[in-house]
Design a protein around this ligand. Structure first.
Ligand SMILES: CC(C)(COP(=O)(O)OP(=O)(O)OC[C@H]1O[C@@H](n2cnc3c(N)ncnc32)[C@H](O)[C@@H]1OP(=O)(O)O)[C@@H](O)C(=O)NCCC(=O)NCCS
Length: 210
């Protein structure tokens, strides 16, 4: 995969000027630190290591929102885990996580990270999936109920073309609030789109009626 780098987007927020950029290389991530409240997936120091690891993968990409050396938000892309049904598709790329520090939320940073990431032409070569597991959501901090939070995420993801799709993937059906959102890149072949569609429901033809 050719990772296309582009100029940083400068975001002026009431709290200061933020640079949103990517894909950020491992060597640059090493010089930065994560805001301590970036803990949705794991503690911030371990998350930094995870971001560095992802950035070193051939397909891995990290987008970061930062003030100086402090990362206050990030977004990741990588191939789906080998345990996931989507890993069996040759053109699926997963938007693995998006997180903005609670101190900086509702300033348009999440949306800017998404927009910046989706201007990368490499996205057009893939079917991008985003699996939103509700156990990562910050309901308490956001002041939103489960369904309102889900709506907020669905609308944000829709703004870059990620549309909700139904599936019987047990990882997703484990909780009815979980979401699978999908973006079909413009250069993805019809065959690969059809293959993806056929993978949404594994048990479509095996439902037993009693
Ligand atoms: C989801 C998340 C990344 C959004 O980041 P953010 O920087 O606050 O997002 P933005 O400021 O760009 O807001 C995006 C939209 O959601 C709305 N929104 C965000 N937080 C909200 C809140 N607490 N209440 C109401 N609306 C909210 C914004 O108003 C905006 O809507 P608009 O586009 O109509 O103006 C952030 O809340 C987060 O890190 N949450 C914890 C981790 C998580 O849930 N990750 C996603 C799934 S794995």
């Amino acid at each position: 995969m050719t990772k296309a780098f582009s100029e940083a987007k400068i975001l002026n927020t009431p709290l200061g000027e933020i640079r949103v950029e990517g894909p950020v290389e491992a060597a640059n991530l090493e010089k930065m630190f994560l805001n301590k409240k970036l803990t949705s997936f794991r503690p911030a120091d371990r998350q930094k290591e995870a971001l560095i690891k992802i950035s070193k993968l051939p397909e891995g990409m990290i987008y970061a929102a930062r003030i100086g050396r402090e990362i206050i938000g990030y977004l990741t892309f990588h191939y789906p885990s080998g345990y996931s049904r989507w890993s069996k598709h040759p053109r699926v790329l997963e938007l693995g996580g998006i997180e903005v520090s609670p101190d900086w939320r509702k300033n348009g940073i999440g949306t800017t990270l998404l927009r910046k990431a989706f201007t990368n032409p490499v996205v057009e070569d893939y079917i991008v999936i985003a699996i939103e597991f509700c156990w990562h959501w910050d309901l308490k901090g956001s002041g939103l109920g489960l369904m309102a939070y889900r709506r907020m995420l669905v609308n944000s993801f829709k703004s870059v073309g990620l549309e909700n799709r139904a599936t019987d993937d047990p990882d997703i059906t484990e909780d009815p609030a979980n979401v699978l959102a999908v973006y079909f890149g413009k250069n993805v072949s019809k065959d690969n789109i059809m293959l993806f569609e056929s993978m949404l429901f594994n048990n479509r033809h095996t439902v037993e009626f009693r």
